[in-house]
Structures are given as C-alpha cells and as structure tokens.
Design a protein around this ligand. Structure first.
Ligand code: COA
Length: 362
C-alpha cells in the first residue's frame, strides 16, 4: 500500500478490532514497523477503511528445500460493516498479492477456522503440543546457568535458531526485533560463556502460557521449562504451560513421554495454494525423476488443475489435493501414497514438514 495515510487508517482499524485500540507494532514488528517487509492491505468505501489485513512473505526452510509462503494476519472488518463480503474480498486480494510475490502457499492462524474454511482454506502441517503442569517441575532436570535473556544475547540466540532444520528464514535484524516482543518471558541457559539453549514463554495476547519458541539440546530445553514453571508459580500463574514443538523433535518428545506429560498433535495453520505454478514446481522437486507435471492455466487461480503423469497412469489434482500432498494436516501421508499407487510416481520429499516457530506467526 503506497498511500501512507491509508496504511495508517488501516492499522487503526486493525488495532481497534484486534487489540481494543492498543498498538500492534511491538507485537508484530515485521508487519507493522517500516524497517521490515510486511504490507497492509485494505478495502475502502468512500474515505473509510472497511476491512484490512497484514501480509508478509517468508521463506520456510525444510532441510534443503525452501518454500515461499505468504502469511496473512490481523484480518479485521469494521464492526459496523460486517457480513457485506469485505473480508472475503480482502482475502482474495491478499492471496493474489502473495501469489504475485511468488508464494507457493498462503498461511494464516485463526481462532475460529470456520470462516476461512468456507473460503477455501484447509488445515495443513503439524505441531506437537505438550501440557506441562506444576507437578512436572520436580521431574525436570535442574541445570545451572539458567537466567533471563539480556539484549546482547540475541546474536547468539539467532545462531542457535538458525540450526533448526525446519524454520522460517530470519535475518539477524528480524531476530533482534522479534526477541523483544512484549509480554514474553525468555530464559537462556548459559554454559561456558555460550548460550546453549533458550525458551520463550508467551507473546502478546496470542500465545499466553505457551512456550512457543526454543532451541538447544533437549535436556537443556527441559531445564529451561523447569525454571519457566518455577518462575510462573512465583508470578502466581497456576495454569499449565503448553510446549509447542515441531514433529521432528522426537528426542524431546520421548523425554517428556518418560515423564508422563500429556501430548497431542495439532496443525500448523490454515492454508491455500498461492501461486499454483510455484506449488506445482515444488511438487515436482519432491518427486523421483521420470514424472511429468503440467498445470491447466485455463481454470484460473480459483480452480487449479495439475496433471501428474507417471509410468502407471495419470491423475488430476485440484488445489485442495495439491495442498494435501505438499503439507497435509498432521502430515498424514495417505493422499501421497494414493497418488503414488495411481501414477507410479514416487514422492520421497513429501510431506514437507513446514514449521513456524512462535515468533514467526503474524
Ligand atoms: C471475521 C471477520 C474478519 C469477517 O469480516 P466480514 O467482512 O464480515 O466477512 P464477510 O462479509 O466476507 O463474510 C462474513 C459473513 O457474511 C456473509 N456475507 C458476505 N457478503 C454478504 C452480503 N452481501 N450480505 C449478507 N451476508 C454476506 C458471508 O457469507 C459470511 O457468512 P459466514 O461467516 O456464515 O460464511 C470479521 O467478523 C472481524 O473483523 N472479526 C473480528 C476479528 C477477527 O476475528 N479476525 C480474524 C482473526 S485473523
């Protein structure tokens, strides 16, 4: 959005709807601070902003694969103008803009998924959720060197973050802004002058009670969880902590299972295909050689048709099929196996375990 007054008015609407007038900029610096790449999209009627949202293009890294994903956040319609189709139009605008920027997928997080599911979004990906209660404190290791994060820890935390196999690509300046999010308690474990691990609890009003971002060896992360539980109790927070982890965190998962911590598998978020050509190209990269992929451009963006041809036969994929192959909800591989059987094409690179750590959400 080039008109700075329109952007300012759109942000005011989002803050009124999402935060009772409080600022969103500190909570989501990559979107709302001028130094970063986020954009605000809005629909106006006369001189009034009726509906607005934030969009941000990010590169998700999964091992050697990079997937450009467009994030959509803070979707807000003026309460006096609801049910007139503004947010539906805005979502279409956001998707087109993000597709234009080369995003294979568009992704958002929503408390109430029904509105988005009715507009073509579907659940994708997975996260592990662990419920840590006060009685788990004594079962977690106590390791010296745990302290609250200090500002000059961030470059070393950023290096630790960058070792995650599944992550969103972040620049150091972005980490500097994100690690100073309001309402977040961040602990680090320092060993021999190095930051060996960190764990962030809470972030604004969206991730209350959640340890949503961490890095370091599993035993060290458990030691940080112990101190989070102890300090939470001192602050009078009696509720359980939820630890969010990527599905690949199997050692951490096993250590928590040994301590009888309740676990569940959630989803990463709600998504649609962004640019069908980019998504088809990723599907091809995840397949073994010998397959043919073609996109039916005539169907337009809303009706994707991808044709997959292999030694055993051909299949037509809709947008939803394509999404369910690339990054199915809870990484359920059934659709991938069915396509392999139908076409004889093997997809060793699927599913893609895309994962966003808590500070990446918008
Ligand atoms: C969720 C929200 C963004 C929807 O905005 P909206 O502009 O009212 O959305 P739309 O008008 O496109 O669609 C809303 C409903 O109106 C209906 N509608 C759309 N156009 C209509 C029209 N011309 N006449 C009557 N109804 C209409 C839609 O069918 C939809 O109904 P459904 O929810 O039963 O499917 C808005 O309620 C809001 O700002 N909520 C608070 C913030 C929030 O929760 N944001 C999401 C977090 S990311």
């Amino acid at each position: 959005m080039s008109d700075s007054s329109l952007r300012a008015r759109a942000v005011l609407l989002m803050e009124r709807v999402m935060r009772k007038g409080q600022s969103l900029a500190q909570e989501y610096p990559l979107v709302f601070e001028d130094a970063f790449d986020g954009q605000v999209l809005a629909i106006e009627e006369g001189a009034h902003v009726r509906s607005a949202c934030a969009v941000l293009t990010r590169d998700f890294i999964v091992g050697d694969v990079r997937v450009r994903v467009g994030l959509i956040g803070s979707v807000s319609t003026d309460p006096a103008c609801r049910r007139r189709g503004f947010a539906s139009r805005l979502l279409d605008m956001a998707r087109s803009e993000l597709a234009r920027q080369g995003c294979a997928l568009v992704l958002l997080w929503a408390d109430d998924p029904a509105f988005y599911e009715a507009r073509g979004f579907a659940q994708i990906g997975a996260e592990l959720d662990f419920l840590l209660e006060q009685h788990h404190t004594a079962l977690l290791p106590s390791i010296p060197g745990v302290r609250a994060m200090a500002g000059d820890d961030v470059p070393r935390m950023h290096r630790l973050y960058s070792r995650h196999k599944e992550r969103v690509d972040r620049k150091l300046e972005e980490s500097l802004a994100l690690f100073s999010s309001p309402g977040m308690h961040t602990l680090v474990l320092e060993e021999r002058g190095e930051i060996a691990a960190y764990a962030c609890l809470g972030r604004g009003s969206d991730l209350l009670g959640a340890v949503h971002e961490w890095a370091g060896a599993p035993e060290h992360v458990l030691a940080l969880l112990r101190v989070h539980l102890e300090r939470g109790k001192q602050r009078g927070e009696r509720g359980p902590l939820v630890l969010i982890a990527p599905p690949s965190a199997v050692t951490l998962r096993d250590l928590l299972r040994n301590r009888n911590v309740t676990e569940s598998t959630g989803i990463l978020g709600l998504a649609r295909i962004g640019d069908p050509a980019c998504a088809t190209e990723i599907l091809g990269r995840c397949s073994a050689p010998g397959a043919q992929f073609s996109l039916d451009e005539d169907c337009g963006q809303s009706q994707v048709r991808v044709r997959v041809k292999g030694p055993r036969g051909a299949s037509q994929l809709s947008e939803k099929d394509l999404l369910a192959l690339l990054c199915p909800a809870r990484l359920d591989g059934r659709a991938i196996r069915a396509l392999e059987v139908a076409t004889g094409v093997v997809f060793p690179g699927l599913p893609l375990p895309l994962f966003a750590w808590g500070l990446d959400s918008i």
